[in-house]
Design a protein around this ligand. Structure first.
Ligand code: 13P
Length: 251
């Protein structure tokens, strides 16, 4: 039995339009059985949120977004307000994903503003951290993670339902997942950081999830690790049967 409720997130990235996404969740709901031990959250693209929200209303699947802006409204062409996400029933939002850091030049300061804004709007951030291959090979992993945590959480007093996702960049979309013990080491480090900065109780309740090439075969061993409280799944979250199998896993 895990200490904390297992979080299974499906990050669809830029896949499934509003019609495809609707069909996907209709089918997914037929395949999954009620399992109170897990929290299931899917993160469709912005334009798919509405149709998906209509289907999953009153189901056990929750909704999240893949990004958010740090202001409520105004002249920010192309951006999405946290209020719009709340209005659609989003409970979570992914912040600081490595693809946003890499391709859209999101830096720690922007990530910090997004986290602050989300927390004050009652959106729960899924705050992503992770080192790249070069950093791991140089032995800098924990330093990189600490730096991302310090800057991303700067001046944040309360974590209010936040989830932290450890996503080593070298494991994302590569088919090479971190070994369970490798991930667990970083998760322990993150929990210790939170304990030192927010106290033991908050750190014990915080869920730290792993992301990077998670599939139905490797997830069981990952979740056996004490400090791994769930997974943020990319590619496999849009594979209907495999994602349903993961949701239905007995833990
Ligand atoms: P993959 O599961 O496709 O490796 O993606 C992980 C991820 O980036 C989840 O946010």
């Amino acid at each position: 039995m895990k200490k904390r409720k297992v979080f299974i997130g499906g990050n669809w990235k830029m896949n499934l339009n509003h019609l495809e996404g609707k069909e996907f969740v209709e089918k997914l709901l037929q395949l999954i059985r009620n399992n109170e031990k897990k929290e299931i959250v899917i993160f469709p693209p912005f334009t798919t949120l509405f149709t998906v929200s209509e289907v999953i209303k009153n189901s056990k699947i929750k909704l999240g977004a893949q990004n958010v802006h740090w202001e409520d409204k105004g002249a920010f062409t192309g951006e999405i307000s946290p209020q719009f996400l709340i209005a659609l029933g989003c409970e979570y939002v992914i912040i600081g994903h490595s693809e946003r850091r890499k391709y859209f030049l999101e830096n720690d300061e922007m990530i910090n503003k997004k986290i602050k804004k989300s927390l004050s709007t009652n959106l729960k951030p899924v705050f992503c951290v992770g080192e790249n291959l070069e950093e791991r090979e140089k032995g800098e992993t924990l330093q990189v993670i600490e730096n991302q945590l310090k800057k991303g959480l700067k001046d944040i007093k309360e974590l209010n339902g936040m989830v932290i996702a450890y996503e080593p960049v070298w494991a994302i979309g590569t088919g090479i997942n971190a070994l369970p013990a490798q991930a667990n080491e970083v998760h322990s480090f993150i929990r210790e950081f939170i304990s030192q900065n927010y106290g033991k109780k908050i750190s014990e309740n915080l869920r730290i999830i792993y992301g990077g090439s998670v599939n139905k075969d490797n997830i069981k061993d990952l979740l056996k690790e004490e400090e791994i409280d769930g997974a943020l799944i990319g590619g496999v979250s849009i594979k209907l049967n495999e994602f349903a199998q993961i949701i239905n896993l007995d833990l």
